[in-house]
Design a protein around this ligand. Structure first.
Ligand SMILES: [Ca+2]
Ligand SMILES: [Ca+2]
Ligand SMILES: [Ca+2]
Length: 375
């Protein structure tokens, strides 16, 4: 018996040993899988720095594509301020986290360096009189490339930015309204020359967030160019201009809750609406606010990044590839339109490119027929 007991004990010990070894191995494998997943997921979702040749320059941008992104997801451009950087605004704006939650891609272009050694986007400041870089062309070209290469929305593409990046967003609203669906400048202004020449092909929703005590992008503008950036119009004039462009006739004013009573400012919202279209113009007027990105520094009652995304989301257009007439279904009417486009050799329409090969031809007819006939 003692021997048996002993043997049993030994056997038990042996079994325990094997079991504990197995448990250790299982834990080890599990840890390896978790570590692998963490590395893999992080690698997948990490923003990456890319190069892009345009206009004789080797441009750079960060692109963030959440791992859960769906085809035809929105694309948001975020432009940094004068002397700033793509990495800097990517870091402080928090747009990558918002993109994760809402399923859109974010592009952070890097401005070139001017004669003063400062990074910038060219909106025609007076001291940039000799700069010829075409940042509007760069943004249009890069948007088109990213839309096609990453299967992102050709319609729901937006622009925001801080200060100089906000100024560029206004210029894009004027000159690139067929590429950008809406823009949301923060502490941005319209240079007088942009205001004078602005004639957008499409009206577009505009959101501005601006402090009344901004000591760089002055609320009332600087038409006499006292500050050296070149003449620019005031915020109220810009908002009035875009309200007229969008045919807005209704104004809704609201004073937002002064949630943070130690930030020295509060926010009044102005919402301009149209009876003839779905476009709106929004102004978040930060009373006593400075040259800030609210929610990060300056006013803490609102979060500029979240407001900008919420605005873009509200003005995203819903569409489906193949529904060329936007009537909510793919049917004979769309087949006829597609046939006309091919027959008349009209400009490329991505809604007609059912097989997503960047051309509209007979193969798309076969594809839409298959879709309509459900074969
Ligand atoms: Ca406050
Ligand atoms: Ca249709
Ligand atoms: Ca095609």
């Amino acid at each position: 018996m003692p021997l048996n007991l002993s043997t049993n004990c030994l056997l038990v010990t042996d079994n325990n040993s094997k079991r504990s070894t197995k448990i250790r191995l299982d834990l080890y494998v599990h840890r390896l899988i978790i570590i692998f997943l963490i590395i893999f997921c992080n690698t997948w979702a990490q923003p990456e720095l890319y190069q892009y040749s345009y206009g004789g320059y080797e441009r750079e941008y960060y692109l963030y594509v959440p791992e859960s992104i769906q085809p035809e997801a929105p694309l948001v451009f975020v432009f940094h301020g004068y002397t700033g950087s793509a990495a800097g605004i990517m870091d402080y704006s928090g747009f990558n986290a918002i993109a994760d939650e809402n399923g859109f891609a974010v592009c952070y272009p890097q401005g070139l360096t001017d004669n003063y050694g400062n990074t910038f986007f060219n909106v025609g400041y007076s001291f940039h009189w000799n700069e010829t870089v075409d940042d509007v062309g760069f943004a249009i070209s890069l948007a088109s490339y990213l839309q096609s290469h990453y299967d992102l929305s050709h319609i729901n593409t937006f622009s925001t930015g801080m200060s100089n990046g906000g100024d560029l967003s206004y210029l894009l609203a004027c000159d690139a309204s067929t590429t950008f669906r809406a823009v949301g400048p923060v502490a941005g202004i319209m240079m007088e020359w942009i205001y004078d020449s602005c004639d957008p092909e499409n009206p577009m929703p505009i959101l501005e967030i601006h402090g009344t005590n901004d000591n760089i992008s002055w609320w009332d503008g600087d038409l006499e160019d006292e500050d050296g950036w070149g003449p620019y119009i005031g915020v109220d004039t810009a908002i009035q201009f875009w309200s007229e462009v969008n045919n807005c006739t209704i104004t809704v004013l609201d004073t937002l809750a002064d949630i943070n009573t130690t930030d020295g400012s509060y926010v009044v919202s102005e919402n301009y609406q149209s009876l003839s279209n779905n476009n709106e113009v929004w102004l978040y007027k930060v009373i006593n606010g400075g040259h800030d990105w609210p929610g990060v520094w300056g006013n803490m009652d609102i979060n500029a990044s979240e407001l900008v995304w919420s605005f873009f989301n509200d003005f995203s257009l819903v569409y489906h590839i193949g529904d060329i007439d936007y009537n909510g279904s793919v049917d004979i009417g769309d087949i006829l339109l597609l046939s006309d486009e091919i027959f008349l050799n009209t400009n490329y329409n991505f809604l007609s490119d059912l097989n997503n090969d960047n051309t509209v031809d007979i193969n798309d007819i076969f594809a839409i027929l298959a879709l309509v006939l459900s074969i």
